[in-house]
Ligand binder design. Structure first.
Ligand code: PLP
Length: 374
């Protein structure tokens, strides 16, 4: 049996091991925040963001951010139908309603025109998701946010390192969230961050994220309100700090992997890869192929071929509205027509050129079998 090719795995070097070891050995008492602050500042400088709050997950960061915006029962939050459920779940935690809108056929990201059409008197925020590293049309989205006085939150979990017209993904919207789960471009094992541009909102979050303790009220263990506990640990942050010191290398490798896939498969008609429109830089968290409607593609058959070859591939996200907790939105025609034509290819940093050739071989074989390739 050939060696297993995973779809995602972090890039861990001696630096991450050394920092984590140091945090475990020395990162206590007066040093218990050292790596958290280091990680926070590295991320802040990299993004060019005003405020960064490290959290235990992206899900927690979104919950915290939406709570700080005052979102509650009866409110509506607009978001794309194609994303991971973690973009939507925090909306429901607050009793608000996620309103799923369609995505664009080329970027697989939220369609700005559909955002505008979905705005009602109850809409309180817009969450946009930079899918697989691809960037949303942020100019149009920020314009809509401004026009209707709605905050725009970037779920940038999959787009650390992507750049839109000179601005980093996560530093464009009023708020943004990141994930540092073990599958993401930068990892802390589990972890996330909330990015905030406004000082007033940051002050509010500083209280909320600390069980309602106000840094300006000196009484110990005194809570002004019921808050949240979504903090990142110093040990996780130590791994994150090492990763952020390697961020350029980590993003560069993602781009090389994408380019290798395109070099081997790019000349086949009817295969659509992650786009990189003029003025943007894609960090290609997941190299992804969407098979054209004209190709008689059956996702499960290709996944079966991968499995036989000891390769893990991932299905493209289902429309979130298709899952049991939510109401179906078949009017989101692009989303409902897209998901079963897409797959994520193995994209982890340590993938070798031979691994990539093996993956491409399975795809070419499959396309030969269905008559697309001779
Ligand atoms: C990974 C991911 C999340 C969730 O991140 P966690 O850190 O696991 O909470 C949220 N949104 C998107 C788009 C993701 O890919």
């Amino acid at each position: 049996m050939q060696s297993r090719i995973h779809y995602a795995k972090p890039s861990i070097t001696e630096r991450e091991v050394a920092y984590a070891t140091d945090a475990a050995r020395n990162g206590w008492a007066e040093h218990c925040y050292d790596y958290i602050y280091k990680f926070r500042d590295l991320l802040k400088d990299y993004l060019g963001a005003k405020h960064v709050i490290p959290t235990s997950s992206c899900t927690g960061a979104l919950h915290l951010g939406l709570a700080a915006l005052g979102i509650g029962p009866d409110d509506e939050v607009i978001l794309p139908d194609i994303t991971w459920i973690a973009s939507a779940a925090p909306v429901t935690y607050l009793g608000a309603k996620p309103v799923f809108v369609d995505v664009l056929e080329d970027s697989w990201c939220i369609d700005p025109a559909k955002i505008e059409a979905a705005i009602t008197g109850k809409t309180k925020a817009i969450i946009v998701v930079h899918l697989y590293g691809n960037l949303c049309d942020m100019d149009a989205i920020m314009e809509i946010g401004k026009k209707y006085g709605l905050p725009v939150i970037e779920d940038a979990a999959e787009a650390l390192g992507s750049v839109y017209k000179g601005k980093n993904a996560g530093a464009i919207g009023d708020m943004a969230t990141f994930s540092f789960h073990g599958t993401k471009t930068v990892t802390t094992g589990e972890g996330g961050a909330l990015i905030v541009q406004s000082d007033a909102l940051y002050d509010k979050i500083s209280i909320l994220e600390s069980h309602g303790r106000d840094p300006k009220v000196p009484k110990q263990f005194w809570c002004e309100q019921v808050g949240f506990k979504y903090k990142m640990s110093n040990i996780e942050a130590a791994i994150g700090a090492a990763q952020m010191e390697r961020i350029d290398e980590l993003v560069q490798r993602k781009r090389e992997i994408f380019e290798s896939y395109v070099a081997q498969l790019g000349n086949i008609n009817g295969l659509h890869f992650n786009p990189e429109p003029e003025g943007t830089y894609n960090s290609y968290w997941m190299s992804t192929i969407v098979f054209d409607k004209r190709i008689p593609f059956v996702r499960e058959d290709l996944l079966e071929d991968f499995k036989k070859n000891n390769i893990d591939a991932r299905v493209f996200f289902y429309p979130v509205s298709m899952m049991p907790p939510f109401e179906d939105c078949p009017q989101n025609k692009v989303s409902y027509g897209l998901y079963n034509r897409g797959i994520n290819l193995p994209s982890y940093h340590d993938l070798t050129q031979d691994d990539i050739t093996r993956v491409c071989g399975v795809i070419k074989n499959y396309l030969g079998r269905i008559g697309v390739l001779k």
